[in-house]
Design a protein around this ligand. Structure first.
Ligand SMILES: CC(C)(COP(=O)(O)OP(=O)(O)OC[C@H]1O[C@@H](n2cnc3c(N)ncnc32)[C@H](O)[C@@H]1OP(=O)(O)O)[C@@H](O)C(=O)NCCC(=O)NCCS
Length: 183
């Protein structure tokens, strides 16, 4: 049975003044999802392995995306996803942010816009949250720049922190507090 996304996720679908908008994902986004999810270069610094088939993509969206407590498609004007951004609970007062864009759209400021939007909304939607974190591979320069541009603080390197594609990687810890200034 296909799950109604509106029932499982808080209603935060909005059109910002910028170029990107965020909305819940649906199963009909599968082909756009596959554009980034099958790309090894996109998955390079992520813990997940690239998706290898449409059936696998449908299963992933059904089992992991539609049931996720907070995940949004990052869309351009045509409302088609170019990637997604998600928030995961670490504990009662911390959430972790993650994001992915299809390679074709890298370097155009879209991730920076999406992270800024979510950082703006997250403390309104979850007033109990004291801190948003992002964990970034030491060699993932683009993602580090995104967070720094939005105003996240680079706290330091967690040595041997994440297992990614066969090796244990050093990881940079970024954070944003509700009292921090969004840039
Ligand atoms: C990380 C990622 C989301 C960045 O998205 P993006 O839309 O390219 O980011 P932006 O265009 O907003 O770029 C922000 C800054 O980083 C720079 N940048 C982007 N990719 C870069 C790279 N590979 N190397 C160096 N700088 C890079 C941009 O030039 C920009 O800097 P500027 O404003 O000074 O020119 C995207 O590369 C991606 O999806 N990567 C694969 C998945 C991933 O690693 N997700 C993050 C996991 S922590």
């Amino acid at each position: 049975m296909e799950m109604d996304l509106q029932e499982t996720q808080p209603s935060m679908s909005f059109l910002p003044p910028g170029r990107v908008s965020l909305r819940p994902m649906t199963l009909s986004d599968v082909d756009d999802y596959m554009v980034w999810a099958t790309d090894p270069e996109v998955a390079r610094f992520c813990t997940w392995e690239p998706c290898t088939s449409r059936d696998e993509a449908i299963k992933y969206i059904t089992d992991r995306v539609l049931t996720h407590p907070w995940i949004r498609a990052i869309c351009l004007e045509d409302d088609r996803p170019i990637g997604y951004i998600l928030i995961m609970a670490v504990d009662d007062i911390r959430k972790e942010m993650g994001y992915v864009l299809a390679r074709k759209y890298w370097g155009k400021g879209f991730a920076t816009e999406a992270v800024r939007l979510v950082t703006t909304e997250i403390f309104k939607e979850f007033p109990e949250i004291e801190r948003v974190e992002a964990l970034v591979d030491v060699d993932n320069v683009g993602s580090q720049k995104v967070l720094e541009k939005v105003g996240f603080t680079r706290e330091g390197v967690m040595r041997k922190y994440l297992y990614i594609k066969g090796s244990v990687r050093d990881t940079v810890m970024f954070s944003f507090l509700p009292t921090d200034t969004l840039m």
